[in-house]
Design a protein around this ligand. Structure first.
Ligand code: AMP
Length: 327
């Protein structure tokens, strides 16, 4: 199953990235994004939750995507994904690509969705291909939770089930989301989503309520204020890697999850079957790797910065992050 290993030296410690056959599958959106910031605007760049997640996970682990793109999704963008060995066996092509337009204010944590075109999902029936059956983790990235449930119903033994969501589904599909949460081992949410889902303002209380919905581990993302992690036996927080340049935060949450789960998959070689068995030391390292890869993502629009980032760049920044957080 283990196909290749890349070793990186970090302060005398050898971290091995074990690349495994389809070890993670992301179910989510494949998009053409238009992003407006106070300083610039880009149109129709590649985006979507599965794309950002897959890109980040691919530094550490094999990854496949389940999703749909339109006939108008440029072939060069598909080639870009293939250049990182992202498996597209689960991609259906037809109709018009999902489009999202968002605008940021001077504060990058404040985002407004200006428009979405979701036609491509109307008749979309997701299919989990045979070639992904050996995967040890599934990430239910931001997409309609009814589609998550359709995919889960096709898998007998999904391994570690992880997920993410957004304000739209909490507002419009809460019952389906709660149904999905019963099947999720590890849930990623940002702080406003955690509050919206639970009606709890205090984030630790909110995370406890989310644990009561089903997940064994909850990871709450707080943008530039970092992350905190709660499970029955684990509580820790970690700052974000400090970035002087924040150009575009789109996709940073998916990139964080992709790198963290990719790292966990590679560290344990065979993904722990249930989140309860992920040990705290691995989880802490995974969160650090997630924060570092996300810090690259925000430095340019879309995937532009990550297109240039190598494993060595990641290890260099992980080492800086380690020094920054030591006391
Ligand atoms: P994030 O910044 O982590 O929330 O992710 C942003 C990505 O989510 C963008 O690339 C969008 O294309 C995608 N996105 C936005 N709205 C939706 C939606 N309703 N369903 C699926 N993906 C979405």
């Amino acid at each position: 199953m283990c196909q290749a290993k890349i070793s990186c030296q970090a302060r005398g410690e050898v971290v091995e990235f074990a690349i495994m056959e389809n070890s993670i599958v992301a179910v989510g959106s494949i998009a053409l994004d238009t992003i407006k910031t106070p300083h610039a605007e880009v149109r129709d760049i590649p985006g979507g939750s599965a794309v950002y997640f897959g890109w980040a996970a691919s530094y550490f682990s094999k990854v496949g995507i389940v999703g749909t793109a339109g006939n108008d999704f440029p072939g060069e963008y598909l080639e870009l994904l293939k250049s990182r060995s992202i498996n597209l066996d689960g991609l259906k092509v037809g109709g018009k690509t999902f489009r999202w337009t968002g605008r940021y204010g001077e504060n990058p944590d404040e985002r407004e969705t200006l428009s979405v075109c979701q036609d491509v999902f109307e008749n979309y029936e997701p299919e989990f291909p045979e070639s992904y059956r050996s995967s040890s983790c599934i990430f239910l990235a931001n997409i309609d939770p009814d589609l998550h449930l359709k995919v889960l119903s096709q898998i007998k033994n999904p391994g570690l089930v992880t997920g993410d969501t957004m304000d739209l589904w909490i507002a419009t599909k809460k019952d389906s989301l709660l149904e999905t949460l019963k099947k999720i081992d590890m849930m990623f949410l940002n702080e406003s989503e955690a509050r919206q889902l639970t009606n709890e303002n205090n984030l630790i209380k909110a995370a406890r309520v989310i644990l009561s919905f089903g997940p064994k581990t909850v990871i709450i993302k707080k943008g530039e204020n970092g992350v905190f992690v709660l499970s029955e036996n684990i509580l820790f927080s970690m700052p974000a890697y400090p970035c002087e340049l924040v150009c575009d935060p789109t996709g940073a949450g998916d990139v964080f999850a992709g790198a963290a789960l990719g790292f966990l998959a590679s560290e344990s070689q065979a993904m722990p079957v249930r989140a309860g068995r992920v040990n705290e030391a691995s989880l802490r390292k995974a969160v650090a790797y997630g924060s570092v890869v996300a810090s690259f993502c925000v430095e340019d629009f879309g995937l532009r910065k990550l297109e240039k980032v190598t494993e060595d760049d990641i290890m260099g920044r992980v080492e800086k992050f380690r020094r920054l957080t030591q006391f």
